[in-house]
Design a protein around this ligand. Structure first.
Ligand SMILES: Cc1cc2nc3c(=O)[nH]c(=O)nc-3n(C[C@H](O)[C@H](O)[C@H](O)COP(=O)(O)O)c2cc1C
Length: 209
């Protein structure tokens, strides 16, 4: 069982180019969303919601916005970085079967969320754990997930009718894939490399390895 979990953790990839667009059976989508909903949350606030977006027109509108933000980011790059970025695909919004937009409601469980009095971000951390559960469950189901963050929150709020005060945290593309790559796309494109785990672990004090 543990071996299986580790296998899923290491097989998980962020997917943009390998979506097939094939259907996701309802029971599979239910299992994936139920796994996300089983995440731990500060004060048991469960501050997340999941908007399942299938509508082609909505996804096309979002994709147009992503292209605009991609161009804005590309304009900040020069030389080699600009050349590399030009070849990197940053979303599979149109090719994937559906999208799941994960939101954060900071008022849920309030006004005094147990454990959030000192660290306001603990609510947001909880939403990210739900996202990771979703990502791993989808991987275990043989699906791919791609997190798209090239957007402005007000645009997504307007597009999906998300009430004021609720933040869109992630736009996730989800669906069957031809395969999962062995290495992150950004490594394959020479953008950046993973650090070894030893470099991330400190003993007793910062910097003591
Ligand atoms: C918060 C967050 C936002 C991300 N946003 C994007 C994005 O907008 N476009 C994209 O192509 N990948 C995005 N990614 C994917 C990362 O580039 C990817 O996780 C990283 O390169 C490691 O690759 P792997 O997930 O395949 O291991 C995002 C990942 C996270 C965690």
């Amino acid at each position: 069982m543990n071996g299986h979990l580790y296998d899923v953790i290491h097989r998980r990839r962020d997917v943009r180019g390998q979506f097939t667009g094939a259907p996701v059976p309802p029971e599979v989508l239910h299992r994936v969303l139920a796994a996300a909903h089983a995440a731990p949350s500060v004060g048991l606030s469960q501050p997340w919601d999941f908007i399942v977006v299938r509508d082609a027109a909505i996804r096309a509108a979002f994709h147009g916005h992503v292209e605009h933000e991609r161009a804005a980011y590309a304009a900040t790059l020069d030389g080699e970085a600009a050349r590399r970025f030009a070849h990197i695909k940053i979303d599979g919004v149109r090719e994937s079967t559906l999208s799941v937009v994960v939101t954060y409601d900071q008022d849920r469980g309030g006004p005094a969320v147990l454990g959030r009095h000192a660290i306001a971000d603990a609510g947001l951390y909880s939403v990210c754990l739900a996202i990771q559960n979703l990502w791993l469950a989808a991987t275990a189901e043989g699906l791919g997930v791609g997190w798209v963050s090239f957007y402005r929150e007000p645009f997504v709020r307007d597009l999906l009718g998300i009430p004021a005060g609720i933040r869109p945290v992630a736009w996730l593309c989800l669906g069957p894939v031809t395969h999962l790559e062995d290495d992150p796309d950004l490594e394959r494109h020479g953008w950046r490399r993973r650090r070894p785990v030893q470099a991330a672990v400190h003993h007793d004090r910062w910097g003591a390895q």
